[in-house]
Design a protein around this ligand. Structure first.
Ligand SMILES: Nc1ncnc2c1ncn2[C@@H]1O[C@H](COP(=O)(O)OP(=O)(O)O[C@H]2O[C@H](CO)[C@@H](O)[C@H](O)[C@H]2O)[C@@H](O)[C@H]1O
Length: 503
């Protein structure tokens, strides 16, 4: 990849906020390409053309073609549908047998059986389309296991292809707990995997991890926060992949996500009852109006009590299993808790039971509802993110922007973005606990409640500290650029120092 002013970047992601989203990956896939584009780079996104896109978008294909599998008679027809994510062009890959489904990955909490083949095809087609649409990327930026075979294919199928001779790959790890483990049967489109068994990619003799393929073959890898990058090198924090990450330690970076302040801004948010700023009068009035609105939306009594909000996928990652055992005990206090989430039906059932026992204090909305997520951020006093692990986390950043103090466990990106009140009161922005136990969470909740009830001025000061925090995508995009170019910068520096020696 030559150092030049404007890079050509293909950003490959299975979801993109504004088009289709199930979680934080989508937020990044919207904001990072936009930030890189604003810096003058030619960025394009490749993603699957899911049913929801086909139903909503009225576009004609820009390319009607097929993926040919080397040395096999297999071909898979597909189309490229031209979409946009803001200013960034999107190549949406239309292959109805893979993507014309009710959901993206799973129905009724059951993953589609052929997810390995679906995303192996997505990876292969993302590369196949480049030459056909005449986009020759300097860099292919892959995201999570769905795209893990892209770096592998670049180094195998396309190793001697002159079109990609100067193309490098980067893999961003948003969540290494999802390793994309599938049986060899699912890789009929990637015979390179079968012909030459790459032991380091295997989980066992029958199954390959697509994430391992990305980690082993990408030129550079990054985690979505510096702290998660260091956790990935440890047995405790690497979800069983510490060996793989340690093998690539010198190419592993940690880059914190940004927050999209166009979408998450209490001064302009169209989803909230009243806009507000960080000054005391505006904050008091705005928060109060937004709290009443939230209480109304989730059927809690409209009154002046501290409100604890939570918005997440219902999985153990998000620490619901620390919250459930102590929630009843916490609700003894004069507080309200509002939870919005979908996911594990067992966790949802337990939450519904607790609501039935505490209808005046606990609300649980089992839905994926973006407008309500904004109302929770604006109308709560505290935001719960007691995650077991958290690669970066976005909702704590959104909470900070809305003056809603995050209550987080000291892991991953949460540790990089929230400052605990007891540890550093002067600059604190929230509350943090260490031990992965319900008891430690309860103590942390009680600390937060004490501050709210007994030191309202101090509580306000923390809200203002929080609202002053900025996690700008522009700054994160600069870090990405440094990573994209670091080998060249090193080689330029080496050239310069050898010149000075010979001088
Ligand atoms: N029921 C619901 N209704 C409405 N909105 C909902 C919702 N449930 C979740 N969301 C939204 O989905 C996003 C979740 O983002 P996170 O970063 O917190 O988590 P996620 O685990 O999906 O992402 C992974 O990737 C991201 C991006 O790198 C990392 O920050 C993170 O740590 C990692 O686990 C937020 O925008 C949130 O508002």
């Amino acid at each position: 990849m030559a150092t030049k002013k404007s890079l050509k970047i293909l950003f490959v992601s299975s979801e993109v906020e504004g088009l289709v989203k199930t979680g934080g990956l989508a937020d990044v896939a919207k904001s990072l390409p936009a930030a890189l584009k604003a810096m003058g780079h030619d960025v394009r996104i490749a993603m699957p053309y899911y049913r929801v896109l086909a139903e909503r978008e009225n576009v004609e294909p820009q390319l009607d073609t097929e993926l040919a599998v080397p040395a096999q008679s297999v071909t898979v027809p597909y189309q490229v549908m031209p979409l946009q994510s803001g200013d960034v062009p999107v190549y949406a890959i239309n292959a109805p047998q893979y993507y014309d489904r009710a959901e993206l990955y799973a129905e009724s909490n059951e993953a589609y059986e052929d997810n390995g083949e679906r995303f192996a095809f997505f990876s292969a087609a993302s590369l196949d389309l480049c030459e056909k649409v005449e986009f020759q990327p300097d860099l292919i930026h892959c995201n999570d296991w769905h795209t893990g075979l892209v770096p592998f294919l670049l180094r195998t199928r396309y190793a001697n292809n002159s079109f990609f001779a100067n193309t490098k790959s980067v893999l961003t790890v948003h969540n290494a707990v999802f390793k994309g483990v599938y049986n060899y049967d699912q890789f009929r489109l990637i015979p390179e995997l079968i012909q030459h068994r790459y032991m380091q990619l295997e989980m066992d003799s029958a199954n390959i991890s697509m994430l391992k393929a990305g980690v082993a073959f990408a030129d550079k890898i990054n985690a979505v926060s510096p702290n998660y990058a260091s956790e990935l090198l440890t047995p405790l924090g690497a979800h069983g992949m510490d060996f793989d990450f340690n093998q690539r330690a010198s190419d592993l970076f940690g880059i914190i996500n940004g927050c999209d302040y166009n979408d998450w801004n209490p001064e302009t948010d169209p989803n909230i009852k009243q806009h507000y700023k960080a000054n005391k009068v505006s904050l008091n009035r705005g928060k109060k109006a937004c709290k009443r609105d939230l209480q109304k939306q989730v059927n809690l009594p409209e009154k002046d009590v501290p409100v604890y909000g939570m918005v997440c996928r219902l999985t153990e990652q998000k620490g619901i299993h620390y919250l459930l055992p102590i929630l009843q005990q916490f609700l003894v206090h004069d507080v309200q808790v509002a939870i919005v989430g979908t996911g594990d039906p067992r966790l949802a059932a337990q939450l519904h039971e607790l609501v039935a026992a505490n209808p005046e204090k606990l609300a649980f909305v089992e839905a994926y509802d973006n407008a309500l997520a904004h109302k929770v951020e604006a109308g709560s006093d505290f935001f719960l993110m007691p995650s077991e692990f958290e690669p970066c986390g976005l909702n704590q950043m959104y909470s900070l922007a809305y003056g809603t103090l995050p209550i987080v466990r000291a892991v991953g990106g949460l540790k990089d973005t929230v400052i605990d009140y007891d540890q550093t009161p002067q600059v604190a922005t929230g509350f943090m606990f260490e031990a992965p136990t319900p008891e430690a969470l309860l103590i942390c909740l009680q600390r937060s409640l004490l501050l709210y009830c007994q030191q309202p001025q101090e509580f306000k000061r923390l809200q203002q500290n929080a609202m002053a925090c900025k996690f700008l995508w522009q700054e994160s995009a600069e870090r990405y650029l440094e990573m994209y170019l670091c080998d060249e910068l090193n080689s330029v520096q080496n050239d310069l120092s050898s010149e000075s020696i010979t001088d």
